[in-house]
Design a protein around this ligand. Sequence first.
Ligand code: MN
Length: 315
Amino acid sequence: MLDEVLKHIDLRSRFLLTSHARPDGDAVGSALACAQILRLMGKHAEVVLRDGVPRIYQPLPFADAVVHADRVNGSYEAAIILECDSIQRTRLAGLENHFLISIDHHLSGRPFAHVNWIDPQAVATAEMVYLLAREAGVKISPEIATCLYTAVLTDTGSFMFEGTSERTFALARELVLAGADPAHCARNVYFAHSTAKMRLLGSALSNLHRDGPLAWISVTQQQMDAVGAREEDCEGLVNYALSIHDVEVAAFFRELPDGRFRASLRSKGQLNVAAVAQAFGGGGHKCASGCSLDGPLSAAVDRIVAQLRADPSVQ
Ligand SMILES: [Mn+2]
């Protein structure tokens, strides 16, 4: 499929690159790197994101050139959609009239584009972008390496999540050789929290619930407002619940502005949380997934806990 992707890139010269709404490190890092790789191939490439670049990823090279928009403006011959299992995940209007190329590593990945390169074996979309550069003969600059390394670092939970293999470290080695600085990348991501985020973590953990191998925490809009937290301050809070020794699966519930709840699910590996999220119209990976549910909070929690409880691995 990589051949197909490169063939269709060769045929065109103006590209829009995008990823999912509420972008994570892999979404941002892969899009920034892929755009720069295309530029080095002599193409015009622009990154357009529905929600802009989260604060912790703003120090990444080329991040200041990202266009923050809710629809496609300008003319492009193709759109490359990274990290998405559907066109809707981008929340960008106007993509549907374009030639679409999808590059994704999600287990829930579906072939929605004209060309689909889906590889659930890849530890991050960034790994696929790296292969694309290599196949295209593009030299990885220190800036591209920094974007890809940050994507791999965050998508593997700092090389801790299931799926991390010798291949992951071989990739990391190549990126460090190409100029990525591991300490610098880690500092921007893990030692750069906002004060509001830490206060929000306090509220979330004060409402920690346990049920056998399950743990869950939640925050309401009111709690977020009280500490001045933004949506992106919720990222990663679920991992604090997962860090408890006898917890196998953790959930984080965040109230959305419309009163619905966003559930982020994390597993230590025994239970496939992608399947649980898919039961509610969401998606993701075996160990990290998400979905949205109707409120009130207690109803959302009950539905998720019942679905998790139905899995034989947590009986
Ligand atoms: Mn990813």
